[in-house]
Design a protein around this ligand. Structure first.
Ligand code: ATP
Ligand code: MG
Length: 271
């Protein structure tokens, strides 16, 4: 899955990444789904250990265009985890209160504590994406944010937070199909906003903003993965693989019991 990881310092062109690609799994959807199931159950088990160990923090950022599959990915990948130790934070248009603080204020407040996985559905990256595309702040303000974000994420990492960032990359055509489905299926109508059509017109502006954001903020301590996301099964497989591998690399362990288990057993049997 390394090929989807953006290396810091290397030239990065978004149009060199195809949203359609399925890597080594071309024509092997069933195999991809099986792999995904394996990674997913690994994540479930690793999360148990993470929660019990109460040592590491894991922050997972999802960004995508509308219809990119953020919700679907989160639902699929974290299907079996213990909800005690996993939280989702969704970042919508900032409230007046949030806007009266700096843009990282609401973000920092939601970062994970020890033993916890926090999933960001949208994030501080909106402050260099939608904010840039719509000129919500002047250019000289958002330009400085890449460095600020790197510093912020570095501080989190140095304090023990593992950070993974996923851009779910769909095509303009795929978005149209997904929007059409949202309009065709009554149960999905609620997912469609009239504003989505306006944003769609700004597709190439958004791609430019994503490209620069990813190029400037994929770091050793907080890497970006550009995930081909036109096929849900492949997207789920890539995301779950990166998360499972990363969690494995933390070498987590269940805490050692601070009780004498044999003695407790004996006392319990006699009770
Ligand atoms: P769905 O994919 O289901 O539509 P969503 O994440 O798009 O879910 P919405 O309520 O439709 O949720 O949209 C949230 C909106 O909030 C997005 O348009 C996003 O760009 C906007 N937003 C998030 N953060 C900021 C920010 N910092 N400044 C301005 N707008 C923001
Ligand atoms: Mg939306």
């Amino acid at each position: 899955m390394d090929r989807y990881r953006i290396r810091p310092g290397k030239k990065f062109k978004l149009d060199e990444f195809s949203p359609d690609e399925t890597g080594d799994f071309e024509g092997k959807k069933q195999k991809g789904i099986e792999k995904f199931e394996t990674f997913r159950s690994e994540i479930d088990k690793l999360q148990e250990v993470m929660y019990s160990e109460n040592k590491h923090r894991l922050l997972i950022v999802f960004q995508a265009m509308d219809g990119g599959g953020k919700d679907g990915t989160i639902r699929a990948v974290f299907d079996g985890v213990n909800p005690q130790g996993v939280k989702v934070a969704s970042f919508k248009t900032p409230s007046a209160e949030e806007l009266s603080h700096d843009y990282l204020w609401r973000i920092h407040a939601k970062t994970p504590k020890k033993g916890e996985i926090v999933i960001f559905n949208r994030s501080h990256y909106e402050d260099v994406l939608v904010v840039r595309v719509h000129n919500l702040v002047p250019k000289d303000v958002w330009k400085k944010r890449y460095q600020q974000i790197n510093n912020f994420e570095k501080q989190l990492a140095e304090e023990g937070t593992t950070i993974l960032k996923f851009f779910l990359h769909i095509s303009l055509d795929e978005q149209k199909e997904r929007f059409m489905e949202r309009l065709d299926v009554p149960e999905k109508n609620w997912k469609f906003n009239a504003g989505d059509l306006e944003e769609r017109k700004l597709w190439s502006e958004y791609m430019k903003a994503f490209e620069e954001a990813i190029a400037k903020t994929s770091t050793e301590w907080a890497p970006w993965y550009v995930v081909p996301a036109n096929r849900n099964w492949f997207r789920n497989m890539v995301v779950s693989s990166v998360i499972a591998e990363t969690m494995k690399s933390l070498k987590m362990e269940y805490p050692k019991p601070d009780i004498d288990v044999d003695l407790m057993k004996k006392l319990l049997a006699d009770s």
